[in-house]
Design a protein around this ligand. Structure first.
Ligand SMILES: Cc1cc2nc3c(=O)[nH]c(=O)nc-3n(C[C@H](O)[C@H](O)[C@H](O)COP(=O)(O)OP(=O)(O)OC[C@H]3O[C@@H](n4cnc5c(N)ncnc54)[C@H](O)[C@@H]3O)c2cc1C
Length: 406
């Protein structure tokens, strides 16, 4: 059924997914009034937070500036409640609570570093969540001089942060602790390159070590050993905000909303989810990885889908293929790990200065592509789409609105 009247669209979150969706939807010129809500007016640009933590002065981008001329209204405020039955969102703004009614909702609230797994994280660690936490870390490192920095987490965030900080603060004693092996989800050549870079920067590495508790100035390992530190950066994984689970939407244990192949919520086709907050089907039957690489294409697809739904057309499935993972290793080195369409690492890697240049170009593309779409009013953002859609089954319980372990 074609809906004739102007449709109310609310987009929650102005990160890579939400911003991309807003600009794409505006370019589709459908009869809609679009409001994008974000707690902060500054674009988070999370993929560069380790650079901010190293004290680099990066260009600050505001969300209203990135939306200029699109007709999308920006509302600064924290979404605090969602009522999917009444199609209402409560937003806490500086001027008090506002309630937004929507015909269509895009939930793109991203994720934050998960500080729940072990005791002591909130009190005694720092995390790369947004610009202000990254700047806080930079200021503390500057004051520290030649102290001990413990980084926990051997994923891409931990690796990128360790090298960036070691390059910028060579007097610091940096140690990275990981529960697995460094670079275990990369190819042997990729993992070997990261080890070489760690050695070059004198970053100490403790693998297959599980931290059980953080106390003031000390991390306690399973087995009782204690690692002293002056600053501990926790990079042990992300979780999505709890708003969706509180609203009764189907979520997994990390707070991600379970969506179908069109990025719609089962039982609530008027709600789409994109970016880190979505547990979405990916190539090879694996859920898409929390990443900008998948989140921004999901945002573009969600913008297109909202336009189709407003026109009364059927939504199309999201098609996505991984190509590479790009890891910055300071300002002069990097690792481009080529991957199969389902994110499995191939043998091929690109390293060194060439990789740093490619990584920087990709970081820039995330925003120049949005800028180009906004200015030229054309759907220019590109990503690789396979011809076949992902094979994926919703986990048991997904349709009942219960929190589901996946
Ligand atoms: C240091 C670091 C390096 C990274 N490097 C890479 C990389 O190289 N490649 C890659 O693919 N990925 C990388 N990532 C991951 C990537 O940043 C995330 O996957 C990506 O930001 C997810 O985009 P998103 O739009 O879903 O959410 P986000 O970018 O997290 O945006 C969510 C937005 O929602 C807002 N928000 C949250 N809660 C509320 C609320 N209740 N009310 C209102 N607003 C709210 C936030 O303010 C934020 O603006 C990196 C992450 C970090 C931390």
């Amino acid at each position: 059924m074609t809906k004739e009247r102007t449709q109310e669209v609310v987009i929650l979150g102005g990160g890579y997914a939400g911003l991309m969706a807003a600009v794409r939807l505006a370019n589709r010129r459908v009869p809609s009034r679009v409001t994008l809500v974000d707690a902060k007016a500054e674009f988070p640009e999370r993929i560069r937070l380790h650079q901010v933590a190293a004290g680099q002065q990066l260009r600050r981008r505001s969300i209203p500036e990135l939306l200029r001329g699109t007709g999308v209204e920006f509302m600064q405020g924290r979404a605090s409640e969602l009522d999917p039955e009444a199609q209402l969102v409560a937003v806490q703004t500086r001027d008090g609570q506002r309630t937004l009614r929507y015909d269509w909702l895009l939930y793109a609230l991203g994720s934050q570093v998960d500080l729940s797994p072990i005791p002591g994280l909130h009190q005694h660690t720092l995390a790369l969540d947004d610009r202000s936490t990254a700047k806080d870390l930079a200021a503390r490192l500057e004051r520290l001089g030649d102290g001990r920095v413990l980084i926990v987490g051997g994923g891409l965030t931990g690796i990128e942060a360790a090298v960036e900080l070691a390059e910028r603060f060579p007097r610091l004693a940096i140690e990275l602790v990981t529960a697995g092996a460094l670079g275990e989800d990369l190819s042997p050549a990729g993992a070997a390159h990261i080890r070489r870079v760690f050695e070059r920067h004198g970053i100490a590495l403790r693998e297959h070590a599980r931290i059980e508790e953080i106390q003031e100035g000390v991390a306690r390992l399973a087995g009782g050993e204690r690692i002293p530190f002056d600053i501990c950066l926790w990079a042990g994984g992300f979780r999505a905000p709890g708003l969706a689970a509180r609203a009764g939407l189907p979520t997994n244990e990390r707070g991600q909303v379970i969506v179908d192949r069109t990025l719609q919520v089962p039982g609530h086709p008027e709600i789409l989810v994109a970016g880190d907050a979505a547990l979405a089907p990916g190539p090879g039957g694996k859920p898409l990885r929390m990443s900008c690489a998948a989140g921004q294409p999901m945002g573009a697809h969600a913008g297109d889908t909202l336009a189709r739904l407003i026109r009364g057309q059927e939504p199309e499935p999201f098609r996505f293929s991984y190509i590479l993972r790009c890891i910055s290793l300071g300002r002069h080195d990097g690792l481009i790990q080529f991957v199969a369409s389902d994110d499995t690492p191939r043998d091929r890697v690109l390293t060194g200065r060439a990789a740093a240049v490619v990584k920087e170009a990709i970081c820039r593309y995330t925003l120049t592509s949005v800028e180009a779409e906004r200015r030229l009013r054309l759907p220019l953002y590109w990503w690789l789409r396979p011809t076949e859609t992902a094979s994926y089954a919703l986990p048991a319980g997904a349709r009942t609105g219960v929190t589901t372990d996946v």
